[in-house]
Design a protein around this ligand. Sequence first.
Ligand code: WTA
Length: 665
Amino acid sequence: MNAVPSSIESVLVENRVFPPPPQAVQGARIGSMAAYQQLVDEARADPDAFWARLARENLAWTKPFSKTLDESKAPFFEWFADGELNASANCLDRHMGTPVEHKTAIVFESDDGKVTRLTYRELLTRVARFANALKAQGIQKGDRVVLYMPMGIEGVVAMQACARLGATHSVVFGGFSAKALQERIVDVGAVAVITANFQMRGGKELPLKAIVDEALAMGGCEAVKTVLVYERTASAWPRVEGRDKTFAEALQGVSDDCPPVPVGAEHPLFILYTSGSTGKPKGVQHATGGYLLWAKLTMDWTFDLRPEDVFWCTADIGWITGHSYVAYGPLAAGATQLVFEGVPTFPDAGRFWKMIQDHKVSIFYTAPTAIRSLIKAAEADGKVHPDRYDLTSLRLLGSVGEPINPEAWMWFHRHIGGERCPIVDTFWQTETGGHVITPLPGATPLVPGSCTLPLPGIDAAIVDETGNEMPNGAGGMLVIRRPWPSMIRTIWNDPERFKKSYFPPELGGSVYLAGDGAVRSADRGYFRITGRIDDVLNVSGHRMGTMEIESALVSKTDLVAEAAVVGRPDDMTGEAICAFVVLKRARPTGDEAKAIAKELRDWVAREIGPIAKPRDIRFGENLPKTRSGKIMRRLLRSIAKGEAITQDTSTLENPQILAQLGEAY
Ligand code: WTA
């Protein structure tokens, strides 16, 4: 790689290219651009034959499928619909009697550094026993089960156990509030909740079970008959007799054997809520067959998984990345993976580097926000600098969740990857089920900040509002023109919203609209994601709807008359949340404004979760509106950034409030 200039500053021009290093090419499944192109061509020539071949090669079917793709109900596409399989059997039983049976499946490191190891055989027994415990509670195929769990083996076991019975899980991230949890429990119609008494994060014990109780008490959750509680810590927790059981109680006397229940390929494996452009989160429904195929396939394609790898994806199981690249993909692929309970900064910001060193991690997959905050920590304190750790076990790095800026990419490449590991910048979404645009480590020359090219079979393009493809170099909306197996099947309880959000009639009704802007490079046609084009923010890699936060703010009816939320760029978190608020009382200033801002932040944390707390709150007597009463968000975005207003404000009803909203307190 001597063609690569060494100064970090020059990466800002983004014209450097990092060819795959020889050790990544050697033995790679896709070891050249020609090999990649061959798969792309195969998929293009006969997509059905291509996907059918991969589905047969990669999954174990209890009943083979006869039809690959059914487009008759488009955009409600169905894949492998008459085939039957079980996701858990594909992740566990399938490895029995192979060398994977006694291989380590999970190395778990707890918040306080305790390490637990499980082989595939042991994990299967754990999952079978837990599935039997669920069965004993009356949970069966088609039921929905909500998980509100810490990161750990128990969470993965619970997801796999649901899948084993054909129960559909819906994992709610442990940082969401009681209110957010209740909304999801109600919408999904859960019959049971699986939780822990507490979770440990950064040495602190945080309640989970108490939040479940609060959520269930809010009403609408009468269908929940069972709450299973993993006793993560020794601390006491309030028990509701008849409804609550500890894991130990539920597992008492159950058999080690639980035959997996075959389900149709389209059977919903899980429903995961994510933010959209309205106030209500969307229950993204994924199917069993297509989703699992993708989770397995991308382990092989994107990470080029080798038998000796130690894979570490740092995502929480509460997000899609933790579904595809912790709970399903690595297990379907027979990988050894590291699962981590804690946070990257505890006991110090060298934790990730120490864990890579201790567990000889070879593939490290994390988010740009984590990288940026660890760069800052390493620069501030040499003791936690990655250069002090032995990271030579690494062979591949991955990034996910938000655009990675070239400076962070270079630091990751140099200090973590030792200039030897390719970085796969994987673009995908909750809705896509797995990677859709990503480099392949043994084939794709890398350009910092670019997710490069679509995977074989993914017909990604950049179009304008009417669906015309944009030339390279010109930005537009990212779409995927042909269905792919792991695509979202519907929005739970809201098929109309599914059609409207993702398959707008202006684009013909069967083209998937990702909701991101993108541009392809003039020279290579590489994709670069420029950010969301809808009212969705990406804060530290977490998706958040502006309307969701607005609804939370205006639900404080004693105080708030009106609110508008926008994002502004932030060096550390990607975007920061800025709220513009009109109160039902006089506009506050100084200390009063500070106190009310705090009250509102705490309110949003209660309504949604701490991750949704606005960074900036500005108060005005009104919001900038057109004469027809529409809030002019582009002006708010400029104010949030601290920019001078250069836009035309002649249509504005009340121009004087712009200055007010720009004022700090
Ligand atoms: C953003 C996370 C740039 C994008 C897997 C997308 C990215 C949203 C990348 C989905 C990337 C994800 N480069 N942007 N490599 N990966 N995004 O549903 O805006 O939590 O629409 O899925 O994250 O977020 P979600």
